[in-house]
Design a protein around this ligand. Structure first.
Ligand code: ATP
Length: 315
């Protein structure tokens, strides 16, 4: 019964009256109150107001991990979850355990003290954000590792657009997700490999879920800002892991082509004039396409070039 009450509360971001719950589940209001007390003892924060009812404020981390592992029916992604209260960086922790863990294991935290972006840049983790690192071990050659960034960005953008109709989240090549030109997520893919074989890829995804505008860096946004609704962490993770799992299985079974087609449909970059800033050089041109390994095909005044994601920023 406790889980049924939780299900009802999770579906709504507003108060649900005791009467409504009582009707739906066929139990008395006194019984509901007792179950609510038990949930609170487990660490759930539930607000109650006379005449309004109950509202779920927060699910405890330990319960998120337990419920996700129990509720998910994915084949690879999230079979094992490490939910940490605080960590320096989820990618660091994932890399420490990657060799001994199975692929699909995820490290999650709502608080990173030294979140990283590419090339030593910082990823800020203000309240309301979440960082998720996926450990993957695809049996492909190391130059294909950037395909993991393509899969991850597509899984996230499709999740966001499913959670909220009309959100129009888009992928900025190679590793950001934008809504109305503002960054809601950044992806950091790190590789351990020898000449022919990938040992593991760790893909870190930072998402501004319920962060407020005051806490975010410039040009950033959050899901809450865009939808004007709080998104429960558990609901988001469940949807994201389901999308990710499906895509990753499609990739393992059928290759990258169909994923690239879907990636292109969600791209904010292709068809635009862009400026690419590398360590030693800058290119300007039309972002024409991406190749099967995720490199950007850029048409400059002189020629067509392929730009690899590693060391460039796109403006
Ligand atoms: P760009 O190509 O836009 O310069 P990038 O994709 O190379 O950026 P990353 O290295 O992935 O950037 O991420 C780090 C950058 O993201 C930081 O320099 C900062 O501008 C921005 N950033 C940091 N934290 C957040 C956040 N929580 N939300 C949105 N943007 C952030």
């Amino acid at each position: 019964m406790k889980s049924k009450i939780l299900e009802i509360l999770e579906k709504r971001s507003t108060f649900v009256s005791g009467e409504e719950i009582s009707k739906e589940l066929g139990i008395s209001r006194a019984a509901i109150w007792k179950h609510i007390q038990k949930l609170r003892e487990l660490g759930y924060e539930i607000e109650s107001k006379t005449n309004e009812g109950y509202k779920l404020i927060k699910t405890p981390d330990s319960q998120i991990q337990y419920e996700l592992e129990r509720l998910l029916n994915t084949k690879i992604i999230g079979k094992k979850i490490l939910f940490l209260k605080e960590v320096d960086s989820t990618n660091n922790r994932a890399k420490q355990i990657a060799l001994e863990e199975k692929e699909g294991t995820v490290v999650i935290s709502e608080k990173q003290t030294s979140g990283r972006g590419r090339r030593g840049r910082n990823w800020e983790s203000p309240e309301g954000g979440i960082a998720i690192s996926f450990i993957l071990k695809p049996n492909v050659s190391p130059e294909r590792a950037p395909q993991m960034t393509l899969i991850s960005s597509l899984a996230l953008v499709e999740t966001l657009n499913t959670i909220h109709n009309g959100l129009n989240a888009k992928i900025k090549w190679p590793n950001d997700i934008l809504i109305s030109g503002r960054k809601i997520s950044g992806i950091l893919t790190e590789l351990s490999a020898d000449m022919e074989k990938i040992n593991y890829v760790v893909v870190g995804v930072g998402v501004n879920l319920n962060s407020t505008i005051e806490n975010l860096p410039e040009n950033a946004t959050s899901l809450e800002i865009e939808t004007k609704e709080q998104v429960p962490v558990k609901q988001f993770l469940k949807s994201f892991f389901n999308h990710y799992d499906k895509l990753y299985l499609e990739y393992l079974n059928g290759g990258i082509d169909q994923i690239i087609e879907r990636w292109k449909k969600n791209s904010d970059t292709l068809g635009k004039k862009v400026k690419i800033i590398g360590i030693n050089e800058t290119y300007e041109g039309l972002a024409k396409d991406i190749d099967e390994n995720g490199a950007l095909i850029l048409e400059t005044n002189e020629k067509e070039i392929r730009v690899y994601s590693g060391d460039v920023s796109l403006r």
